[in-house]
Design a binder for this molecule. Structure first.
Ligand code: NAI
Length: 248
């Protein structure tokens, strides 16, 4: 896949899916900005890639902060001279029963998962247009944009929003040669599922998948690499389900 010398920003790059994707991109010759709120995890991901001979730089960002996100995009272009792929992947889930879902939790989930994706898409698209780049924007939705589970009210809303944001932005950015796509993973073996682990209900998630086990982040990374490459040129405005059959 043609990722050599591409410049990619990966938000949530210190986390499970983000760091696996950053490693894969770097191993294919991309220059990666690992953007994350969690400094320790982000720096670790950077170090791992550098130890493998890849090119990566950590940048601390809160994706729910518009100015932060614009600074991130400017940083990537100053550091590596371009912007080809923007992977808006940072995300959180705050689990609470619907009747206890307080305003702060609701707001925070939407700020990060929904508004953060808008900021990332727009900042990247503006920069790509300015640079005359036919780049790709990839957003992480979820199978929870399609089906519901108890305790994830705000998460469902945010991931459904990402689904339509992909199609809507793709339509408007197509004239500039910029593609916008999304992924909808099912249960992936990362820290975001720790609440489920604590509750001892992982079997519900695993059992929904045809292999009866979690997907590994490296498997998701392969799809993100394909979507970020020119080989996926005919995929635009849609969400690719990486769900091991969970949605049937
Ligand atoms: P993770 O918890 O390992 O990674 C999420 C990363 O996002 C963390 O490194 C965290 O520090 C970062 N982050 C959180 N808030 C941030 C903020 N405001 N600004 C910058 N960075 C922030 O979890 P995972 O699974 O790697 O999550 C990646 C994406 O995949 C998320 O959008 C998640 O909703 C989505 N997803 C995950 C699934 C799973 O089963 N693991 C299934 C479907 C979607």
């Amino acid at each position: 896949m043609t990722l050599k010398d591409k410049v990619a920003i990966i938000t949530g790059g210190g986390g499970g899916i983000g760091s696996a994707t950053a490693e894969l991109y770097a191993s294919k010759g991309a220059k990666v900005v690992i953007a994350d709120f969690n400094e320790q995890a982000g720096k670790k991901a950077e170090e791992r890639i550098r130890n493998q001979g890849g090119e990566a730089t950590f940048y601390k960002v809160d994706v729910s902060d518009l100015e932060d996100v614009h600074n991130l995009v400017n940083f990537a272009v100053e550091k590596y001279g371009s912007l080809d792929v923007m992977f808006n992947n940072a995300g959180i889930d705050i689990h609470k029963p619907f009747l206890e879902y307080d305003r702060e939790s609701y707001q925070r989930v939407l700020d990060v998962n929904q508004h953060g994706v808008f900021y990332g898409m727009q900042a990247a698209a503006k920069k790509m247009v300015e640079l005359g780049k036919k780049g790709v924007i990839i957003n992480t939705s979820s199978i929870y944009a399609y089906v519901v589970a108890p305790g994830s009210f705000a998460y469902h809303i945010s991931k459904s929003a990402v689904k339509i944001m992909v199609t809507s932005a793709a339509l408007e950015l197509a004239p500039y040669g910029i593609r916008v796509v999304g992924i909808a993973p099912a249960g992936v073996n990362t820290g975001i599922l720790d609440d489920y682990r604590k509750q001892g209900i992982m079997d519900i998630i695993e059992g929904a998948q045809m292999s009866n086990k979690l997907i590994e982040p490296e498997e998701i990374a392969q799809t993100v690499a394909f979507l970020g490459s020119e080989e996926s040129s005919a995929i635009n405005g849609s969400i690719v389900k990486v769900d091991d059959g969970a949605l049937g």
